[in-house]
Write a protein that binds this ligand. Sequence first.
Ligand code: UT7
Length: 329
Amino acid sequence: MKRPFAYLAGVGRCAPERILHNSEFAALGLETSDEWIVQRTGIRERHIAGPSETNTSMSAAASRVAMERAGVHAGELDLIVLGTASPDHLLPSTAVEIQAELGASRAAAFDISAACSSWLYGLIVAEGLMMSGNAETALVVGTEKLSAIVDWRDRSTAVLFGDGSGAAVLKRSKHGKGILSTYFRSDGNLAQLLHRRAGGAAQPFDAAALADRSFYIEMEGREVFKHAVRSMADACDRALDGAKLTGADIDLLIPHQANIRIIEATAKHAGIPMEKVFVNVDRYGNTSSASVPMALEEAMASGRVTDGSTVLLVAFGAGFTWASLVVRF
Ligand code: UT7
């Protein structure tokens, strides 16, 4: 089917109020410093959800903004695709909780588990379901409450992650706007480099998992770093090729916000100068599935994405998974 078929009619964002600064980790008993975190990651602070803030509440807030901007009400949604690595419950999906919260009674709702690439995977799945005639209007959400699954005693991961939600409403394309190209891949051979060993059906949560803390996120940071750079670079090339464009045609690159050094390496490979790269990792840390939609919303709100902008979205995460899209606004 001819592209662009679907466009992002409205985008919303929600971040918890509480901001945790790098300087606060010492008081939490972690042997780290603002200097180390800024130098190695570019992160200065992140938003952390309180006990009453859930993926459902943050996603509902982000979705309501996206729906209002798109001029769509909940009853018009045919589809809710939600990406997360930290679902509110293991059963049922967080997507159905959002559906109930929004009152989107006509929608089919389900979660996607592709870690930091989930929101991009979600856009690709939603576009496909629209092309095949299964949906006219879709809501695609990326949300994380990573503070609930991070080991606050592990300095190699605790300083990296943050909470938040981003959402977009997809409608049938008009005026040539929308998704111009997509690319997504995964490699399950590398799953052990970034995972949670316990808490699932293979190794259910029990006293042993509680004692050895194996239900929290574990990551081989240096290895993940190498693969992230390689895969995001490849994903940029593929999405650009798919849209028959080069880096010079891109008005803004919005990469997954994991680490400023990964972002800089990705931009360099794609031939896109840093002035054309959106960065907010300093203020949010790594919010996994929520990272790209939150960055996109900020880019739109600050006027860096306007009518006619051509934007390259790219992400990489646990699995490993990676994905990219070129979108015209
Ligand atoms: O979301 C998608 C997936 N995630 C990512 O893309 C993250 C990819 N990885 C990274 O961003 C980086 O690898 C990290 C930021 C996680 C780590 O940076 P690095 O430059 O790769 O550091 P490293 O892991 O090689 O550790 C260097 C040193 C080690 O000490 P020794 O062995 O050299 O004595 C660590 O123990 O830094 C130490 N270290 C810390 N020191 C202070 C690790 N974490 C900390 C910390 N504060 N928070």
